[in-house]
Design a protein around this ligand. Structure first.
Ligand code: OOG
Ligand code: MG
Length: 263
């Protein structure tokens, strides 16, 4: 049963307010049980419009739930896309300001910068890799607005896929010469190894994830644009970020990114 009082705009405002005040809310589908994926993307787009109205610039796209590890951890088995703005860029080395966040987690990703537009449908991994200008390691800081990270696919789409911040690695390389399915990342928390995976974790190859992103956008008549940063989805489970703790993400050939939490 749908609740007539809820519209895409009302939900977008509610989610942005939860983010701004660092107060978690119940999943939207608790009160809007037939919320569709299509309407959830309309909520996401409405949030982006509001972020732009307050001066944020669209800088790219993130994929989410592209690995089995994440799909299992979150209980949602379908990849999704969400928007990245310049306000989400976190400077390397700066502690993540935990007091402004709800329950942040950090996760390792392989990211691309596009040299040209990529428009679906029907984009293949090979065509997607042809559009890549450079590859870099990334860490995404996610912070679901939903209590206990409990959500369904439409909820997490509406919440811009738990977007919060992202850091890019110290090395930027052309894709040629890298075997991204074998590019590994070791995730440690306070010096203890927690997770590891290779690029094959995201749909078999990060280029497959990039192609999937272009094809998902095409369903809404949109395309990936030259210059955009694309995060291809976490290779492993996310690790919690807590005050005084430090997470380290060591990639084979793309360098190391360290993230710590500050109260
Ligand atoms: C949803 C966002 C998933 C990824 O890389 O898989 C995501 C979440 O886990 O809260 O960003
Ligand atoms: Mg992510």
């Amino acid at each position: 049963m749908s609740t007539p009082a809820l519209s895409a705009e009302v939900v977008a405002v509610r989610l942005l307010a939860a983010e701004a005040s660092a107060r978690e809310i119940d999943p939207i589908t608790d009160s809007w049980s037939d919320l569709s994926v299509e309407t959830a993307y309309a909520i996401q787009d409405s949030s982006l419009e509001r972020r732009r109205a307050r001066g944020e610039r669209l800088v790219g796209l993130k994929l989410g739930l592209t690995s089995r590890a994440k799909q299992r951890q979150m209980g949602v088995a379908e990849p999704l896309v969400a928007w990245l703005t310049d306000a989400m860029a976190m400077p390397a080395g700066d502690p993540v300001p935990l007091a402004r966040l709800i329950h942040p987690r950090a996760e390792p990703e392989i990211a691309f910068v596009l040299g040209r537009d990529l428009k679906g449908p029907g984009v293949t991994a090979a065509a997607a890799m042809d559009a890549v200008r450079s590859v870099t390691a990334a860490v995404e800081v996610i912070d679901s607005r939903f209590r206990d990270y409990r959500f369904t696919l439409p909820d997490v789409i509406a919440d811009n896929a738990s977007s919060c911040g992202f850091l890019t690695g110290p090395v930027t390389r052309p894709a040629a010469g890298l075997d991204l399915s074998l590019e590994a990342c070791l995730v440690s928390l306070d010096g203890q190894a927690f997770h590891s995976a290779t690029g094959a974790a995201v749909l078999g190859h990060p280029g497959e994830a990039l192609a999937h992103g272009a094809n998902l956008l095409a369903r809404r008549g949109l395309k990936l644009e030259a210059g955009w940063l694309v995060l291809t989805g976490a290779l492993t489970d996310a690790v919690p970020l807590r005050a005084g703790s430090a997470a380290t993400f060591e990639f084979t050939s793309l360098g190391t990114i360290a993230v710590s939490g500050a109260a």
